[in-house]
Design a protein around this ligand. Sequence first.
Ligand code: SF4
Ligand code: MG
Length: 314
Amino acid sequence: PGALEKAMGAVTGKPARERTVHAVNGVSLAIARGEVVGLVGESGCGKSTLGRVVAGLHGASSGELLYQGQDVAGLSGRARRDYVLGVQMVFQDPQASLNPRQRLRQILAEPLAVHRLAPAAQLDARVDAALAEVGLSAEYRQRLPHQISGGQRQRIGIARALMVAPEFLVCDEPVAALDVSIQAQVINLFMELRAQRQLTYLFISHDLGVVRHISDRVAIMYLGKIVEIAPTAQVFAHPQHPYTQALLAEVPDVTRRKRVFTPIQGEIPSPLNPPPGCTFHPRCPHAMERCKREEPQLREIAPGHHAACHLLDE
Ligand code: SF4
Ligand code: MG
């Protein structure tokens, strides 16, 4: 059974003037318990919005969010609490998501206190255990967020999300703000935690290289739609969508010091006024007449491998 399923008509983004912007539209995604799905696309493609909808931080104007087979909108009481605690979010910028005036002890103890998950007498022991789990000693308890490094702050962001014993983490660009050497350490921590706690992740990144080692499947998003989704090895070995192929061409060599994401040729069109037909056609090297009129639908081209491109009909 899917740990989480999402089938949305439209997720409403910030309103611009009188119009409704559909940051995400017609996305359907099912994530199995224990699975890691990488969600990749350029900034502004709607991947953060999708992540926030899954984590319950952002409403959808239509569509359904199912958690453990149940529609989240209809949950109440115990079942609602299971979803609220069960799905947690790790943010890109731990600096912004941690209260600068709170000591790490308080930051980590707060979710336990708020949700009445541990008596006061147990909080210190629980905080120490959480620190140890993310590789920090108990001495860090008394520090303030600005007194630790960026990588340590993200470890605290992860520890805080884990305090309520979630099953599912939505990780939104959790290593994008970190140095490359630190990125690898934090990704390793995510992989260890997954193994130890049998966690499920939706792992959002603009960088295919980041999701490669952690994801079982990768979904590629462009202008609010998933254009390709497949097992990770398949995406790297046999990418089918021209956008995926272009993204792969941008994945830097591991020997390069810095990961720089150079956008694919052409501007990303405004989601306010998406191009007709295939929204990628103005940037696609293979665009045909048909692509300007007709929107390609996601279809299965190999077992578990879906892509939306008219070339696949030829
Ligand atoms: Fe390119 Fe056409 Fe395929 Fe869109 S449908 S990705 S424009 S070939
Ligand atoms: Mg984002």
